[in-house]
Design a protein around this ligand. Structure first.
Ligand code: ATP
Length: 787
């Protein structure tokens, strides 16, 4: 106790003090989380503190716990790792160690603690909270703290944010760092594929994930891995060797000359024996004789810049954590901030930890189906998507009987977006495995009109996962008066259902075909749209394929442009991004790229606003004196009909009064291209599987037994259409989307009143609220004393 008394200090503050720390293994996005907590706390009039090196710093106190100002977290958004460092701390596991932590917090008058870390760190925090009163009493009795301090600090509020690359906390769909780690894995494995092809090699790659196969599973989807080992879905002890070899042989039998096997760090067989990369390599070499190499990706996965998604997630969760601290009462339990169905959630920390432990327990009990059930629904969808599309089944355990086989047309329409090719690959592969005939259409509806149609093969789409753009070619040429020609081609090629991948042009086109069913019987087939548009303008979905890739392009560009702007000191870059008439992409880019302002079509831009914005910038630059930073402002290309980029440039330049200079950048088509992001690839795979499921169900439920529709046809075509798919049901023409974390199919009929594509006004959309945070995080507000 004597040791502890040296930390006892005077009661120093009446303000709500909140400390933030990072703990456990680092993950990309932790810095963004710290920045968000600090800046939102400052803007809410709280007094934020940083604790360095996790629990170690909390125990040491002194210089390890520092009051923090606005500029101290400058540059945090864009960097991986954690600037405030992290450490494992054995001493914190002991009660005496935790008492030291309590003393340091009381000494500084800190009553709330926000921890960004894994389940271990959060368990430790909850323990600290549970013992808090006991520690306070002991410290008071031993004279380490005063009566006043004991009263002021009688409660401690704990809020956790899950920072973990493994995505292993149950009760949240994503953890901070998982998306970036997945991106690193994909970059590395994509790079391995080219050398594997040159040497016709097999590569066995180990990825992180001690108890959770999320990283390995999603990486397998993204990179088209031939085989996968994860702890939640272990193969049978004595059978996996044979199954794996036959699966790899099947892939080679259709022309592949490489094999890729992903192994999660914690992979096991059904008897809980670990499966290591070396075991896998041994089996391949012995039974198949392939030249096989092992690559352990290791800490590369933790490194590098955070992706758009991790910045976005950490930023929103940081803001929510501060709100939770403000709202807390002495009765509030410790909380954890998560994300479920695309909504930031606040849940009791103990529930989340209990659920996570339960998954590990079920695996230990070999109750793997339960372990899977306890993971988020998205995990199960991802596993299904992988299993349906990864392997080639020549005789087809999944083969359908003759009358169930379909001719399925696949068309890309509109502008390129990341993930379109992977979605096509998934559909083609599933079609082949199930016995359908995949008919790919080149060059959008225009190509369909001209009959540019071909049967796709397994090898044709083999490397499509990593390609941006559209391998089939796509354009926005409207159908116009050519519905008849389309109908003719569909009939000529006996296309019995249609999958279109694209944005608002695809939506409009498919809707037109649906509406013309009365006139053209060949259009009475199931049709589904997989939304792909960087502008995110398709109704019936929260996300379109391509938005994540485009947002990553924007944040990477913002990082580089900001660097250039900062080198010039007082420079403001006006960056124009694409987005049709929807401010989604601009908002996401601004939030994750650290823009000062964002201009979107949903808001009104006028002279007064621009005058205010430039005046604030002048004030900021004046306050910064010589040590100025560069800044960026993001504008949607359609933010205003009048105040376009050129006009904004002139007004900003005029209003800057030479306190700063102005440059412009148009990101343009850059946002549509590039390698698709890992998140877009995963979404593409999931949607492709569900889209085909919809097509099958709708087709099989159509002609068979639905004599009504057929009988309405002219007599000459009745016999023909009895053999074919024929449906007039409104539910058979639909959009498949991701709403929250659910896959939702909405018919065109249902969507017809919910959207006005020509004039998007999405102020009620889920993403719009995030816009308010842009300015909160980029401009220091006057800190107001709380009453
Ligand atoms: P990762 O997912 O990267 O492993 P983690 O937060 O789970 O992150 P741990 O090493 O388990 O990492 O925990 C980090 C620190 O949290 C430990 O060094 C220890 O100080 C504290 N901690 C972990 N578990 C407990 C516990 N049961 N009781 C008290 N403190 C704990």
């Amino acid at each position: 106790h004597q040791d502890l008394t040296q930390y006892a200090g005077p009661f120093i503050s009446h303000k709500l003090k909140v400390a933030v720390m990072t703990s456990g293994g680092d993950s990309q996005g932790m810095n963004a989380g710290v920045r968000s907590v600090v800046r939102v706390a400052l803007s809410r009039g709280l007094e934020p503190y940083l604790i360095y090196e996790g629990y170690k710093g909390l125990l040491c106190g002194g210089e390890m716990i520092k009051k923090v100002e606005w500029d101290d977290v400058s540059g945090f958004l864009t960097s991986g790792g954690t600037f405030i460092k992290t450490a494992r701390c054995q001493e914190f596991r002991e009660i005496e160690g935790r008492r030291k932590a309590v003393l340091n917090l009381v000494r500084l008058g800190i009553t709330s603690l926000i921890i960004i870390g894994g389940d271990g760190s959060l368990t430790g925090a909850d323990m600290l909270r549970a013992e808090w009163k006991e520690h306070i009493n002991t410290l008071k009795e031993t004279g380490s703290i005063t009566e006043a301090q004991a009263i002021y600090n009688k409660n401690l509020m704990i809020v956790g944010m899950v920072g973990s690359i493994d995505n292993d906390l149950a009760s949240t769909d994503m953890t901070i760092g998982a998306s970036s780690a997945l991106a690193r894995i994909c970059e590395s494995v994509d790079a391995l594929q080219s050398t594997a092809t040159s040497h016709s090699r097999a590569f066995v790659v180990e990825v992180m994930g001690r108890h959770c196969g999320w990283l390995a599973l999603n990486a397998a989807i993204c990179t088209g891995a031939d085989y996968l080992f994860i702890p939640e879905d272990p193969p049978t002890t004595n059978e996996w060797q044979k199954k794996m070899c036959s699966s790899l042989e099947n892939s080679r039998s259709v022309g592949k000359n490489t094999s890729l096997i992903l192994v999660a760090e914690g992979a096991i067989d059904s008897n809980l024996n670990p499966i290591r990369c070396e075991d896998v390599k041994g089996v391949i070499e012995k039974h198949l004789g392939y030249d096989t190499r092992v690559t352990i990706l290791g800490h590369v996965q933790r490194g590098g810049k955070p992706t758009f998604y991790d910045r976005y997630l950490a930023t929103l969760q940081g803001a929510e954590a501060v709100e939770a601290v403000i709202q807390a009462t002495p009765e509030s339990p410790s909380l954890v901030i998560g994300i479920l169905e695309n909504k930031i959630t606040t849940q009791p920390l103990q529930d989340a930890i209990k659920l996570t432990t339960q998954v590990a327990d079920e695996i230990q009990r070999k109750n793997f189906s339960m372990a899977l059930k306890l993971r988020a629904t998205t995990f199960i969808n991802q596993l299904k998507a992988y299993k349906e599309t990864a392997n080639y089944f020549p005789q087809g355990c999944k083969r359908l009987s003759g009358e169930k086989k379909l001719n399925i047309g696949i068309v890309h329409v509109g502008k390129p977006a990341g993930g379109i090719n992977l979605a096509t690959q998934g559909i083609v592969r599933m079609c082949i495995n199930r016995g359908h005939t995949p008919l790919v259409v080149y060059n959008s509806f225009a190509g369909l009109i001209r009959g540019e149609i071909e049967v796709a093969t397994w090898m044709m789409v083999d490397t499509w996962a990593v390609h941006g753009g559209s391998m089939l070619g796509m354009n926005s040429i409207p159908i116009g008066k050519d519905v008849g020609a389309i109908s003719y081609q569909l009939q000529r090629h006996n296309i019995q259902s249609l999958i279109v991948i694209g944005g608002s042009e695809a939506y409009t086109g498919l809707n037109e075909l649906y509406k013309k069913r009365d006139e053209y019987p060949a259009l009475c087939i199931p049709m589904i749209l997989i939304p792909a548009s960087i502008a995110n303008t398709v109704p019936g979905t929260d996300y379109c394929l391509g938005t994540d890739t485009a947002a990553n392009v924007i944040v990477n560009a913002c990082d580089d442009i900001k660097q250039s702007a900062s080198a010039h000191r007082k420079r403001v870059f006006l960056i124009e991004v694409q987005g049709e008439r929807c401010g989604f992409l601009a908002t996401m880019g601004a939030l994750a790229g650290g823009a000062t302002y964002v201009y979107v079509p949903e808001d009104t831009i006028d002279l007064e606003k621009i005058k205010n914005d430039t005046k604030r910038l002048r004030d900021i630059y004046a306050a910064e004196k010589g040590d100025s930073k560069g800044r960026i402002v993001i504008s949607d290309q359609n933010a205003s009909n009048v105040y376009n980029l050129d006009v904004l440039n002139s007004l900003y330049t005029g209003e800057s009064q030479e306190d700063f200079d102005v440059q412009t950048v148009k990101l343009g088509s850059l946002q549509q291209g590039g390698t698709p992001s890992s998140m877009d690839r995963v979404h593409a795979a999931i949607l492709s599987v569900s889209a085909l499921g919809f097509i099958e169900e709708s087709s099989w439920n159509s002609t068979c037994g639905s004599e009504n529709g057929v009988n309405k046809l002219p007599e000459y075509s009745q016999q023909r259409y009895r053999q074919m798919v024929y449906t007039t049901s409104s539910s058979s023409a639909a959009v498949i989307g991701i709403v929250g974390s659910e896959i939702v199919i909405s018919s065109f009929e249902y969507l017809k009143n919910s959207s006005n594509l020509a004039n998007q006004n999405r102020k009620d959309e889920w993403w719009y609220f995030a816009k308010n945070l842009v300015e909160v995080l980029s401009i220091e507000a006057t800190v107001k004393e709380k009453p």
